[in-house]
Design a protein around this ligand. Sequence first.
Ligand code: PRP
Length: 441
Amino acid sequence: MVRNIVVLGGNSHPQLVEIVSNTLGVPPCQRILKKFSVGESRLEIQDSVRGKDVYIIQSGGGKVNDNFVDLCIMISACKTGSAKRVTAVLPLFPYSRQPDVPYNKIGAPLAKAPTDINRCDFTFESRPSTPGPGQPQSLGLPNGIDGAQKKLGKASIEQQNGLSNGITPRRSDTLDSHQSASGGRGRGSSSASQTGVFTTHDYQDPTILSKEAKNFFQAKPGYKQWVAQAGTLVADLLTCAGADHIITMDLHDPQYQGFFDIPVDNLYGKALLKRYIQQNIPDFKEAVIVSPDAGGAKRATAIADDLNMEFALIHKERRPTRITDRQNATMMLVGDVTNKVCILVDDLADTSNTITRAAKLLKKEGATQVLALLTHGVFSGDAIARINASALDKVVVTNSVPQEEHCRLCPKLEVLEVGPVFAEAIRRVHHGESISALFWE
Ligand SMILES: O=P(O)(O)OC[C@H]1O[C@H](OP(=O)(O)OP(=O)(O)O)[C@H](O)[C@@H]1O
């Protein structure tokens, strides 16, 4: 039993709170955390936290915004209740995918012209091209605006009518067969303009691009649109509420730690994933570790190097490109997976588009079996239906967010217990011991 410590749980992940408390031998702090009918939170801490080292466990899945506000209220309540130190334990850190730069995958909006509106084989880098002597005026120039707006209107009508100047629309190129099996929502029908929900894949949606193109040409001269830098705000809110320390796991962007002026311990899910490979995949050294996008390559190669395994990379092409045999429209494989078991390694699956599309590509390239190993199984929207209908043979996640309901719906899902890792991290922080030693092997 660890002394002088308080474990306080939010409502996001009661099972994890219980496991951590049991492992530490400390009963969870008694509290009432409810909502008024208007939606405001009400917290009452029923045990004394005076002079105690308090660890508040609240994960980032589910009702992310509600859970985050609850966390801030809990931190503040402990601080004003004279806690000696308050540590926020966020197994999945909310907003860590939008630390600073705009989340829009085409980059900072309006930094470049988004599209050549007449054709579908554009790239963001090359259009509009610099006008040369005798060439027509660039669409990006002020006196090109009128013409551009007309063409935008025309392009959007053509999209609606299914016309495309002989060039196949990109969305139909990339639509996975399993998306219709999952109720037809998929990337195509989940566009921000239709549902108000933005996903990582909306940058591939021609209707979104067209809208952005319109915004570009309609923007006031000298005005640069921008999007909220939510990650910075979230970091500030936690420290303003009174957090003295953060414990989290596999931050999407590890450099996000630099946004805090308090200590952040970013635990690695790697050890759990590695152990799973060693213990559950026969002849694992013959298998290939695959990163489903360049952003996760470092994470995946770390596991491949540690286990002395082959590595392959799927390049998630940000720009719409013409289709070749080698390209799954917007995904391209670098490496050989023929007759191999493939293990996709990533930090998280949200809509599961990334892993299901990667699995489809890998099977097409000759993989015999495809598993996905992820730290955070967020599985929002119809992600589970998408996995069920996909080429994935198995998906392994930690329970950094609750997985009971996902397990019930998805026979392909296997869950690794993460509670003892957090309990040990809490014990070490409490005693001032090394956290990195937790990951030495
Ligand atoms: O399940 P999904 O909805 O497909 O989302 C999961 C993907 O999103 C994140 O990467 P992101 O696309 O943000 O790109 P990055 O790794 O380049 O930052 C994450 O690392 C996954 O690859």
